[in-house]
Design a protein around this ligand. Structure first.
Ligand SMILES: Cc1cc2nc3c(=O)[nH]c(=O)nc-3n(C[C@H](O)[C@H](O)[C@H](O)COP(=O)(O)OP(=O)(O)OC[C@H]3O[C@@H](n4cnc5c(N)ncnc54)[C@H](O)[C@@H]3O)c2cc1C
Length: 474
């Protein structure tokens, strides 16, 4: 898949060095992390197969790493993200990235997590579970700054192209069509490995679907509003939360949002300001059964293959983990992409789909049913505390813990009956909501209830009559 460089004569006793031209589509969390990891792979003596990765990273947007923290704060906020175990381990696998660029000033450390039952507050903090709340753009800016300081300025093997859109993948010829947003100039760029880290509306994914007819892909599932509020419950949200005034929102959050506490009033105000500035929007769900193509030299990561509702807060964590795991496979298989790519799908497809299915069905859109689930989970957690050998923990408690994969958590949620119970209800509610919103269904529910009532009355009359008739015939 990778080729010897044209001018380099092969070394006498070592395998010939090879250059692998990698084109990463998307300088989001997944793309930037993979880029940094490949740089360290180049430097590392572990690359015994002698492969050098020459990486071009392409993104349609501007380089956020060039902005000052003030500019970022004022004009480039996106949405707040929980950075937890999986993501933390992934970013810490790049030397210096966490310590020098991400640990200070990028996010707010989570201090306490609680469950609220009526007026009772139950401390659910897991001392060993570390977590931060970060703005997606702040983390991207910090990673881009790292790349600028530590990679692009030092290595000619890495090229970045911001303001450049990837328009089309010519997978037969292993090249992509790029267009510069400013000049509108279009050109082809060749690759040996194309990384689709281009988010929910991925262009790279289209090539995968076209080339492999067995690709199962579902992208049309628009599900949630902003911070994971199911659409059917939007009207139930307090008006304070819909306010344009950050102080109103901050006061509401401080008083009512008890799942975790922030360490200062300023932190609440900061969160509220960001909340007010972000649009209420829909987010799509992507379900995909393969994340690679050996034939096309493609590997996919992040939201491009597993975008979902933010309800369990694991999208970016999983995107970062994808990049880290891909690098681990390069190490394991000595950079042999023909072996790495299929194995990557085997390992990551269950994770990506566990992520999307947990996000969709760990919680229930029906409040009454969800309250029952919550009570069960509290009882379960208590029993698990006393009899850890006999009672499994509540799956929620394992989310984000780096030692547990998402597929392990999903398996546990299936085993405890949560997924099956919620999936049926959530699918019905979403379908009914869609039918009414699009005008497919306009009837009022009352008509049907009248018919049901009449049916019950009729049955009440017919059944005793039939029994009597039966008795008379004996
Ligand atoms: C409201 C909200 C809350 C969230 N909360 C959490 C949370 O608490 N925890 C968590 O882990 N995750 C959370 N997420 C999810 C998280 O934001 C994503 O999973 C994460 O950003 C995915 O990273 P990525 O690198 O795969 O893709 P993206 O962040 O989408 O980056 C893709 C990049 O590709 C570029 N691009 C796209 N198409 C092209 C093209 N054709 N040509 C060139 N460039 C292109 C884009 O400009 C972008 O920079 C949340 C998401 C939302 C919307």
């Amino acid at each position: 898949m990778c080729r010897p460089p044209a001018n380099d004569a092969p070394h006498a006793d070592a395998p010939p060095p090879r250059v692998c031209r990698v084109l990463i589509a998307g300088a989001g969390p997944a793309g930037l992390l993979l880029h940094a990891l490949l740089h360290h792979r180049n430097k590392s003596s572990a690359s015994r197969a002698g492969v050098t990765y020459r990486v071009t990273i392409v993104d349609g947007r501007q380089d956020l790493g060039l902005l000052t923290p003030e500019e970022l704060r004022a004009n480039h906020r996106s949405w707040m993200i929980g950075l937890s175990g999986h993501g933390l381990e992934a970013v810490r696998s790049v030397p210096g990235l966490w310590e020098d660029y991400l640990s200070e000033g990028v996010g707010v450390k989570l201090m306490e997590a609680s469950l609220i039952l009526g007026s009772r507050k139950i401390n659910a903090t897991q001392p060993e579970a570390e977590g931060f709340i970060v703005d997606r753009n702040f983390i991207v800016a910090a990673m881009a700054r790292y790349a600028r300081d530590r990679i692009w300025s030092l290595s000619t093997d890495h090229v970045f192209r911001y303001g450049t859109d990837l328009l089309y993948v010519d997978h037969d010829n292993r090249r992509v069509l790029l267009r510069d947003r400013a000049t509108k100039v279009e050109e082809y760029a060749s690759y040996d490995l194309l990384v689709g880290a281009d988010g929910v509306r991925s262009v790279v994914r289209e090539a995968l679907v076209k080339r492999h007819v067995d690709t199962e892909l579902q992208t049309n599932d628009m599900i949630n509003l902003s911070m994971g509020v199911p659409r059917n419950l939007f009207n139930a949200i307090s008006d304070d939360l819909k306010s344009d005034d950050p102080t109103v929102v901050a006061a509401y959050l401080r008083k009512n949002f008890k799942a975790f506490e922030l360490d200062s009033n300023d932190a609440y105000l900061d969160w509220a300001t960001q909340w007010v500035n972000q649009r209420w929007n829909l987010t799509g769900q992507v379900h995909c059964n393969r994340y690679h193509s050996v034939e096309c030299g493609i590997v996919m990561m992040g939201d491009s293959v597993h975008a979902t509702s933010p309800s369990i807060g694991m999208g970016m964590n999983t995107a970062l983990r994808d990049a880290q795991k891909f690098l681990e496979l390069l190490e394991e298989y000595d950079d042999n992409l023909d072996a790495v790519l299929p194995r990557y799908s085997v390992d990551r497809v269950p994770e990506g789909n566990a992520l999307t299915n947990l996000a969709m069905n760990l919680f229930c859109f029906n409040t009454r049913v969800y309250m029952k689930t919550l009570v069960k989970s509290i009882v379960r957690s208590g029993l698990n505390y006393i009899f850890p050998k006999f009672v499994d923990p509540d799956p929620n408690a394992l989310l984000g813990r780096p030692e547990h994969t998402l597929s392990y958590v999903y398996n546990m949620a299936v085993d405890q009956g949560i997924i099956v119970r919620h999936r049926e209800i959530n699918m019905r509610i979403r379908q009914e909501f869609f039918e009414r919103r699009t005008g497919m269904v306009t009837i009022k529910e009352k008509k049907n209830s009248l018919v049901s009532l009449a049916m019950y009355v009729a049955l009440a009359a017919i059944v005793p009559a039939a029994i009597m008739a039966g008795k008379n015939n004996i």
